[in-house]
Design a protein around this ligand. Structure first.
Ligand SMILES: O=C[C@H](O)[C@H](O)COP(=O)(O)O
Ligand SMILES: C=C(OP(=O)(O)O)C(=O)O
Length: 446
């Protein structure tokens, strides 16, 4: 961490992976210059608060719930969409907290999650090949040559969309919507009639009773009226992340002020790569994905580079092995990293190792695989005596049909009903709530 960060050219010279090829360098520079003048979206002090919370996660005193869309889109920045997402995250957090009595750190995968790494640079449909869609931060989803050209004016659109989202989220979480006494009102419409929704209703009734008792004896805690909620995204696009990095006047340290928590993806975690070089200069709490090819030595080297002072709360390893690999792959990693004295929070991403294409042509995941990976994560940590610190899920507040299974028994044919994700499939609202109940049970046992 430092008071300066390498300039953009120096980062690119490291051969940055997963970056767009913009056709007009002058237009990129002009948009980056505009971004550099924009006010921060988050305050560095808030990032420090989150770091303290993540330190509690790494010590085994809290659990992280991180969730949101795979890829946000500008089109979906609406009051309904933001509220729906927040509502299900609040419901999930209540379930986890109530059932396990463990404090839950709430982290939205939102207000900045607009850039996507892709397996392939190009996409072919019906014999036509065009550049792959890399998120609204880069190009358009529409499959036309014009739309797929990387457009740097989108960087400012990301800023504006993130500002609007964060503004509404802040209003909701501090302005009464997240008040625990609203616990029933979050359970609305189609969710209410589902099995998970009914289970939630029963839990909400117990909370109501407890709150009624507390009120009767004169306890009116401020903590019940608002929640701490932070934002996160994968800091992938160097132009955007670099332009949104500022020196904090309190500490003279560099912070990424586009989100509280930022992470390095599986495809950009090269030890000598541009992303690791950038991340080691910022003071935010950060994450790093670790997939099945990551060795324990890789993880230790990354920790030394990204967190040389071994500061608690600074670094989170987000593992994403896949349901079939986690029980074999994770133990060695956790064991060696722990033996090396590395202070880290371990979080499970049960989504990215479990994707496949359905026979009906949709990119999907099985709800059962997601649960199986989380169960494997808990089992491995229990066997090693380490703390399963949290989950990162791709979910939405709507009743989409993108993942197979769950109580609604969505099948391969059912995916067509409402498949809206522009990249990876998300759990819908009922599946998200079901996952929360299952994870709460695992957490209670942990
Ligand atoms: O969200 C994660 C990645 O961007 C995504 O899984 C890549 O998907 P692709 O393999 O379709 O490019
Ligand atoms: C791209 C992502 O995951 P991963 O880097 O683990 O593939 C993601 O979380 O959006």
């Amino acid at each position: 961490m430092s008071t300066t960060i390498p300039d953009l050219a120096a980062l690119h010279a490291l051969g940055a992976a997963q970056q767009p090829t913009y056709p007009d360098a002058a237009a990129v520079a002009a948009n980056v210059a505009r971004l550099r003048r924009m006010p921060p979206l988050v305050f560095a002090g808030e990032c420090d608060d989150l770091k303290a919370k993540m330190a509690a996660v790494s010590r085994g005193e809290s659990f992280l719930l991180q969730g949101g869309d795979c890829a946000e889109t500008f089109e979906e920045v609406t009051a309904d969409n933001v509220r729906n997402k927040l509502r299900v995250l609040l419901q999930m957090a209540v379930v986890l907290t109530y059932a396990s009595s463990v404090p839950v750190v709430k982290l939205g995968r939102l207000a900045g999650q607009y850039a996507k790494p892709r397996s392939s640079d190009m996409e072919t449909r019906d014999g036509v090949t065009l550049p792959a869609y890399r998120g609204d931060a880069v190009n358009g989803f529409e499959f036309t040559p014009e739309s797929r050209i990387p457009d740097p004016t989108r960087l400012l659109d990301v800023y504006n969309a993130s500002a609007a989202t964060l503004n509404l989220v802040r209003a909701f979480v501090t302005g009464g919507y997240a008040d625990l006494r609203q616990v029933h009102t979050w359970n609305t419409d189609f969710v209410k009639t589902s099995v998970a929704g009914q289970r939630y209703e029963a839990l909400a009734a117990e909370i109501d009773k407890a709150l009624g008792f507390m009120g009767a004896i004169g306890v009116d805690a401020e903590e019940l009226k608002r929640v701490d909620f932070h934002s996160s995204h994968e800091a992938l696009l160097l132009e955007y992340e670099h332009a949104m990095t500022r020196i904090d006047s309190r500490t003279d340290k560099a912070y990424n002020v586009s989100g509280h928590f930022v992470w390095i993806g599986e495809r950009t975690r090269q030890l000598d790569g541009a992303h690791v070089e950038y991340f080691r200069h910022i003071a935010n709490p950060i994450g790093c994905k670790l997939g099945p090819t990551a060795t324990a030595d890789d993880a230790i080297a990354l920790a030394e580079r990204l967190n040389p002072e071994n500061e608690e709360g600074r670094l989170t390893f987000i593992t994403r092995f896949g349901a079939g690999k986690i029980r074999d792959g994770l133990p060695h990693l956790v064991e060696k990293v722990t033996a090396a004295g590395v202070k880290v929070a371990w979080v499970c991403d049960p989504m990215h190792g479990n994707t496949f294409e359905s026979s009906t042509g949709y990119k999907t995941r099985r709800f059962d695989d997601v649960i199986e990976e989380v169960q494997g994560f808990f089992d491995v940590h229990r066997a090693l005596g380490t703390w399963p610190g949290g989950v990162l899920v791709e979910m939405t507040g709507d009743d989409v049909t993108e993942c197979i299974g769950g109580g609604e028994e969505i099948d391969e044919e059912g995916l067509a009903h409402r498949y809206e994700s522009v990249v990876d499939p998300r759990l819908n609202r009922v599946q998200s709530l079901e996952l929360a109940f299952l994870v709460a049970e695992m957490l209670r046992q942990a």
